[in-house]
Design a binder for this molecule. Structure first.
Ligand code: ADP
Ligand code: MG
Length: 225
C-alpha cells in the first residue's frame, strides 16, 4: 500500500549545519496492517509519519502509494490524495474549540472539493455512534474529556472514509486507562473497517497493542531498541 525506499530527511539548522533526522529508511506498509512506530523522543517518529502522510517531502528517496510514485504529483494532487486516502490523529487532538463536536467532524468534508454521494451529516452521526460520542454532538471540545476529544478527532479522521489512519502519540495527552480504550477503538477500526493504522508512540505498552512494531532510533529503523 505504501512503500518508502532509501528515505533521508535533513533539516537545515543554519547555513553550514544540517541535521539528519532520517537515515536511509526502507519500509513497506501493507493494506490492513495495524502497526506502531516506536522509539524514544527525538528519534524521528513524527518526521517519518509526516513523510508517510504526504505532509512533508523527503530530502532523498522515493515514496510510493499503491503503484503511484508520489514524487511525480504536484501539490494539488498531493493534497487531494492526502484528503481522500489518509486520516490524521494527533496527540493534541487539534480540534477547533469554537466548533461543536459534530462541526469539527464535518470540517474535512467542507474543505474537500470532492462531492459526496452520501449525506455527510448522517455519516457523522453514524460515526459518532461508532466511536461513542453521539451524546456530545453539540458540545464544544473544551467541555468534554480528553478521551472524548480524541474520539472526536478519530471521528473527524473517519468522515472521509480513509484507507489509512496515522496517529501520532494519540494517547500522549490522556490517562493510561483512557489510552487503552483509544487503542482498543483503533484496533476495532482496523479489524472491522479494514483501515490500515499506524500508531506512533514512545511507549512500549502502547506499541504492545499493535500487530507489527517498527523500531526507530536516531533516525534509523532498528531490529529492537
Ligand atoms: N523542522 C525541524 N528543523 C530542525 N530539526 C528538526 C525539525 N523537526 C524535527 N527536528 C529534529 O529531528 C529530530 C527528530 O524529530 P521528530 O521526528 O519530531 O522526533 P520524535 O517524533 O521521535 O520525537 C529531533 O532531533 C528534532 O529536534
Ligand atoms: Mg513526535
Amino acid at each position: 500500500m505504501i512503500s518508502l525506499r532509501n528515505i533521508w530527511k535533513e533539516y537545515k539548522i543554519d547555513k553550514e549545519i544540517t541535521f539528519t533526522a532520517l537515515k536511509n529508511i526502507n519500509l513497506t506498509i501493507q493494506q490492513g496492517e495495524f502497526s506502531s512506530i516506536m522509539g524514544p523522543s527525538g528519534s524521528g517518529k513524527s518526521t517519518l509519519m509526516h513523510i508517510i502522510g504526504l505532509l512533508d517531502k523527503p530530502s532523498k528517496g522515493t515514496v510510493s502509494i499503491g503503484d503511484k510514485n508520489v514524487e511525480r504529483l504536484n501539490d494539488d494532487q498531493l493534497s487531494s490524495l492526502r484528503n481522500e486516502f489518509i486520516g490524521f490523529v494527533f496527540q493534541q487532538f487539534n480540534l477547533i474549540n469554537k466548533l461543536t463536536v459534530m462541526e469539527n467532524i464535518l470540517l474535512p468534508t467542507i474543505y474537500s472539493r470532492k462531492s459526496f454521494d452520501y449525506d455527510t451529516k448522517e455519516k457523522a452521526i453514524e460515526i459518532m455512534k461508532r466511536v461513542g460520542i453521539l451524546e456530545k454532538a453539540n458540545s464544544y471540545p473544551n467541555r468534554i474529556s480528553g478521551g472524548q476529544q480524541q474520539r472526536t478527532a478519530i471521528a473527524r479522521a473517519l468522515i472521509m472514509n480513509p484507507k489509512l489512519i496515522l496517529a501520532d502519540e494519540p494517547t500522549g495527552n490522556i490517562d493510561t486507562k483512557t489510552g487503552a480504550e483509544i487503542m482498543k477503538l483503533l484496533k476495532e477500526l482496523n479489524k472491522e473497517e479494514k483501515i490500515t493504522i499506524i500508531v506512533v508512540t514512545h511507549e512500549s505498552a502502547i506499541a504492545e497493542n499493535t500487530e507489527r512494531k517498527i523500531y526507530i532510533k536516531d533516525g534509523e529503523i532498528v531490529g529492537k531498541l
